[in-house]
Ligand binder design. Structure first.
Ligand code: THU
Length: 143
């Protein structure tokens, strides 16, 4: 069910993540789609990691904002995503693409996603497991 709410309904910590996602969105390298995305996530220790989409002239080489932030988290020693905010360029809050959900699932099966609209006044929230109920997880590799 769609429940879009004003940003004022978020907690102070969540608002801080939203602010960071909107800030990093300004650094998006998106000359091909003209669609900027910013992402800010917290790991289980409360550390914040951010990322933007980074496109490429060879289109499939481009990277989404969520995966940029997750790769930064892992490479800097973070282990698990607790909460992830995605600020996209649509008037309606937009949840992560399928490829990003697969990567969010790998490092945050119990995480929550907050999608923020453009210009950052509205949000929608959902658990990763709700967005991706039949995820392919590592357990399935050995059974
Ligand atoms: N994009 C993201 O960064 N995250 C998503 O979840 C969906 C799409 C980026 C990829 C591409 O640079 C642009 O948005 C248009 O698809």
């Amino acid at each position: 069910m769609k429940t879009i709410k004003p940003i004022s309904k978020l907690t102070t910590k969540e608002k801080e993540l939203v602010k960071k996602a909107l800030e990093v969105k300004k650094r998006a390298y998106a000359p091909y789609s003209n669609y900027s995305v910013g992402c800010a996530l917290t790991d289980e220790e409360g550390k914040i990691f951010t990322g933007c989409n980074v496109e490429n002239a060879s289109y499939p080489a481009g990277l989404c904002a969520e995966r940029t932030a997750i790769v930064k988290m892992i490479s800097e020693g973070g282990k698990k995503i607790k909460s992830i905010v995605v600020a996209a360029s649509s008037e309606e809050p937009v949840f992560p693409c399928g490829m990003c959900l697969q990567v969010i699932q790998e490092f945050g099966a119990d995480s929550e996603v907050i999608a923020v609209n453009n210009p950052g006044k509205l949000f929608q929230r959902a658990l990763t497991r709700t967005l991706f109920p039949f995820a392919f997880d590592p357990e399935k590799l050995n059974k």
